[in-house]
Each structure stands twice: as C-alpha cells, then as structure tokens.
Write a protein that binds this ligand. Sequence first.
Ligand SMILES: Nc1ncnc2c1ncn2[C@@H]1O[C@H](COP(=O)(O)OP(=O)(O)OP(=O)(O)O)[C@@H](O)[C@H]1O
Ligand SMILES: [Mg+2]
Ligand SMILES: [Zn+2]
Length: 451
Amino acid sequence: MKNKTVFICQHCGAHSPKWLGRCPGCGEWNSFIEEVAEESQAEYSFVPTEPLLYKDVKGAEKKRAETGIKELDRVMGGGVVLGSLVLIGGEPGIGKSTLLLQVSRDFCLKGEKVLYVSGEESLEQIKLRGERLGVSNGDLYLLAETNLERIISQAEKLKPQIFVMDSVQTIYSAKLSSSPGTISQVREVTNQVFRFAKKNQISSFLIGHITKEGSLAGPKSLEHMVDVVLYFEGERDHSHRVLRALKNRYGPISELAIFEMETSGLQAISNPSAFFLKERPKDETGSVVVCTIKGSRPLLAEIQALVSPTLFSGNPRRMTIGLDHFRTAMLLAVIERKLGFGFAGEDIYLNVAGGLSLDEPAVDLAAIMAVVSCLKNKAIPSDFALFGEVGLSGEVRSVNQPLARIKEALSLGFKTIVLPKGNLSQLEKENIADVDLAGVGNIKEALGIIF
Ligand SMILES: Nc1ncnc2c1ncn2[C@@H]1O[C@H](COP(=O)(O)OP(=O)(O)OP(=O)(O)O)[C@@H](O)[C@H]1O
Ligand SMILES: [Mg+2]
Ligand SMILES: [Zn+2]
C-alpha cells in the first residue's frame, strides 16, 4: 500500500491535501511541508475503562518533588508533580540545558536516579557543562540518542525518577517517515513521552526550541499535550533571564522567577526589586518607582517617561514598552482632560526599565506621574514610591495586596508612599513605622503631594 501524504503547516499545524504557498489558517508563507499521513495519532488512553461514578473515583493526592532550585519550584506551584510532563521552551542559548542539568544535579544529590537524554550534544559536551555546574558522581545517566523508541526502551529499563529530553525537535520516532522537528514528529515524540511519564510515574522534562518568530515548532499542538509549559525569556541586552509559566495543570501561572547566568550556572536573583532599581537615575524628570505585584510577589520597578516636541506636527507619537498600549492611551487622555495639560504637539515615550513588562492597573498612578513629571519638568523625589489604579474621572482606586507593596518599598528604604485612599483606610490597624503613607483620592491630590 502506498503511503498517503499530506501537507502540514509547520507553524500552526493546519492540514492540506496539496501544497499551499500561504497557510489559510495562520497566514504564514511557505510553511507547508509534505509529511506521511499518520494513522495512529494521538489516541492515547493509558487507562481504558468504563465510566466511573464521581464518588467512586479515588481522590488523587498530588505528590510533588522539589527540584532543588527554589525559584523553579515556585513557578511550578511548589515543585514538580510526580509523573507530570513539563515543557521548557526558550530561544537558542538562553540556558535551557543549563537549567535542566542543574535540576538533574540536585535530584541526584538527593539520591534519585536521573536520565538525561540529549539529541543535540555529545556526552563530552554535556560533561563539560556538568564540570562547570559542579555535577557530582550521583546516579545521573546520560544518553546521546535521537531515536525515540530506543530512548523509551532504555528509559523503561533504567526506571529513573527524573527523565529529561533535550530537545523535542531533535528526536524522531521511527514510526513516522517525516524528518525530526516537523510538526508530526514533535507531536509524536511529545505524545509518547507523555504516555511514558504517566505509565511509569516518572517526572519528565522536555526542552523545546523557540523559533525566531517566538513560537515553538507546532506551539499550539504541544502546549495542550503537556501538563506544564514554562517559558525561559531574556532580553538580548540584559543579563537576567525570566522563567514563567504559560500553563500549569497543577498550580497558578502567575509566578515568575528571575535568574542570572554565571559561570557556575543560573543563579536566582534573590532581591529582584534591588536588581531592577540598581541603575535608576536620581532626581531625573520622568523617572518614578512603582510598587507592583508579579505573581504572588511584590516587586519595585522603575517607569520612565520622555516627552519631546513632535517632528511632524499633527501626528504625535505615543510609544510604550512594557506597559499596555491601550491603557496608556487612556491614561494620557485622563491627564489631558482632568489635569489640563496639553500635549498635542509632543511625542510621548513610556518605558519600564530592565525589560520588565507590567500588566496590572495598579501601575496607572505611577505611569501618569512619570508623564506629568516630564510635562512640569520637575523630578519626583527619589525616595517616593507609588501605586494605585486610575479611573476615567481621574479617581485613584484601591488595588490588591497594599501591605505587601508597602513592605517591599520599606525594605528598600523608600520614605514616602503615595497610595489610594481606599487602601490606606484598610491599613489602619497595621503597625507601619518609618514611612509616610500619603493616601490620595484622585490624581490632582497626588499631584499636590508629589510636586
Ligand atoms: N563559562 C561560562 N560562563 C558563563 N556563562 C556561560 C559559560 N559557558 C556558557 N555560558 C552561557 O550559557 C549559555 C548557553 O546555555 P545553554 O547551553 O544551557 O543554553 P540552551 O538554551 O540549552 O541553548 P541551545 O539552544 O543551544 O540548546 C550561553 O549563552 C552562555 O551565555
Ligand atoms: Mg541546549
Ligand atoms: Zn498555518
């Protein structure tokens, strides 16, 4: 029988019986590759059973194991769940292999057996990295192999507690004739590793490369197949790396961890607020410190604004990096209408220092004051920190976790905190010393206090 072939978009996974120049699904050009049609795709059911009454289902208590890297555990919701499959995606060279070799190191320090499979590096290369990371002689097994079936059979023989595969794009299943890295291959590999992890209750990590456009090959199809998706991100010009969860079947996805790459491996940045404020200019117009919350953790960040005359009149620029564009446009309108500033002939730039992105409304007040500081050409005192949501009437609204925000600012020596009046009244019973808490009801009041 002749194998049937099908054309598959490598970007979104759309199928077509014939080659297409442009994918009707996602609009990508030249993304179709001919692959052999698969008969057995995705019908996984590791416990084939009949319907069971809800009350008869045994309550599953999720067992978690700590990876030894506290920050990574926090992002995963308190360690890796036994038998779960975690996908870690990131751009080339960001530190994916480093992170997972560190995880392997720490697991075998605890006396657990680890199998680290690499389809892209030789054992010598891995060992070289291991020396740098201080891997000791525990039960860490390395396997340089790209054939999935051989890998799985080795893994079933070895029965490790932890299984790492580096990377999903370099491993191929002999069941399919398409080349490694194609969408049907990465799906098949993920599918088989998933079944292997569940069947043997082995916590597994899968590394995935992200293409230039910022997506894993076949991103959508991989993300829904695994239990946890983590993304490792970094700015080209910044030394820090941010690890965050995009999906988590066993915990929240709001957490994020910040690392720095050092010779001895990735080191968690223990005081992110201090890290992001390190290079803040003092007494400069347009610079302001905001008390924000990232995940469950308070973080101080610097918002910077710049206002300069428009080159082409009638078409002023509004640029934001790290803040929501539409929300910023709204805040600018509030400044115009409620504070009476005119800036139709000015370009306005807003930026969050350090490549952070802040997406909660609690940063509104700070963003507004950064712009006003430029318009008034007056610096905001450098020992001020701000937070509060701003509504269309210019009112300053309460936000969540005011105490955590205040404490973070206190710990870094800020002397005055401008916050929503509503939050201040919630804090009456708290014993907060050594700091001036200035509650404001609207942005006019804030202006009075700050300038
Ligand atoms: N001796 C060293 N000291 C400090 N940093 C180093 C050293 N050697 C390598 N690095 C850093 O480690 C990074 C590579 O890390 P790693 O190989 O874990 O990344 P990766 O995400 O697995 O990359 P790839 O996509 O190539 O698999 C390099 O970009 C470099 O910044
Ligand atoms: Mg690597
Ligand atoms: Zn497509």
